[in-house]
Design a protein around this ligand. Structure first.
Ligand code: GLU
Length: 300
């Protein structure tokens, strides 16, 4: 007789979703590492999605460089990577779904006409006479969006008032990040998003949009950003140096310490992951599945 089997672990699907605007640097490695550790600590899957939708920012070949960097550091994805630029029909279909439900509307406002604050809803009830739609916006429903981020704690945002109806299709015809990330997380059945804290502020709007598309919003964990000496986010724009792959263990351990852990005595990337995954699990897995994904944390 077969030995009784333990309950299967809760399904976990995570992802790392770099924009190929340059090689990974110390800042983006933190997000990659945290998402990888979290997926492995939950016995889950880890997917790689190349977010090359913003074509003017894409640097040719950066996707290959990023994949080589991840491999050199011992990170292995569980499904073939996807490229957003090859998924346009999926975005079109999701957009049509929203349009059929009047959840989007055309907007004629130019950048010059916008204050920079929340969108005032100028085109919400129709375009001004004689004006054509330039961009398409999501009609944000009223209400406060609440969720608990596994690192940053309880969050709430009144998306309609604090953000306003946000853009899904830009005036240049490109799909907006906020839209495609929600469609992809939904279609790829992502249960857990682990990424940098610069995107914490986008999470409430992504959750609202996900539900409108019929998806369960993923749980989130936003890791702190690394700042440079001037206190700016370490980023490709700020010319962060590329990762040192000649010394992978050193590179991994630096990111690991920045995530708040003590250094480890290891001599290979594989040995690093073997030690790091259970340590991450001790600290973060316990917090992970305290409620089903997407369920609002009542009272927080
Ligand atoms: N592509 C985004 C970036 O590189 C990340 C998107 C996400 O993780 O939701 O910053």
């Amino acid at each position: 007789m077969a030995a009784p089997r333990a309950d299967p672990p809760a399904a976990y699907r995570g992802r790392f979703a770099p924009s190929p605007s340059g090689p990974l640097h110390d800042g983006s490695l933190i997000a990659a590492m945290a998402s990888y550790l979290d997926a492995r600590a939950h016995g889950g899957q880890w997917l790689l999605r190349i977010e090359d939708i913003d074509t003017p920012r894409v640097v040719r070949g950066a996707d290959d460089v990023i994949m080589r960097q991840l491999q050199a550091l011992g990170m292995r994805w569980d499904e073939p990577p996807v490229w957003q630029s090859r998924r346009l029909a999926l975005y079109e279909a999701a957009f049509e779904q929203l349009r059929a439900r009047a959840a989007v509307y055309g907007c004629a406002c130019t950048r010059r006409m916008l204050s920079g604050g929340p969108y005032a809803g100028t085109c919400r009830n129709g375009l001004p006479p004689g004006r054509a739609a330039r961009a398409w916006r999501f009609r944000v429903p009223d209400g406060i969006e609440r969720f608990t981020d596994r690192w940053q704690g309880p969050q709430s945002q009144d998306v309609a008032r604090e953000v306003g109806d946000f853009i899904l299709r830009r005036a240049d015809g490109l799909w907006a990040y906020q839209f495609v990330v929600v469609v992809d997380d939904g279609l790829q059945a992502i249960t857990d998003v682990v990424r940098g804290a610069d995107l914490l502020d986008s999470t409430a709007r992504q959750r609202v949009l996900a539900r409108r598309l019929g998806f369960e919003p993923p749980r989130t964990l936003h890791v702190p950003l690394i700042l440079d000496e001037q206190g700016r986010k370490l980023s490709k724009q700020n010319h962060a140096p590329a990762l040192d792959l000649a010394r992978p263990v050193r590179t991994l351990l630096r990111a690991w310490r920045r995530l708040g852990f003590d250094t480890l005595d290891v001599d290979s990337a594989d040995a690093f992951w073997e030690r790091a995954v259970p340590l991450w699990g001790e600290r973060y897995a316990r917090l992970a599945i305290t409620r089903p994904p997407g369920q609002l944390a009542r009272g927080d």
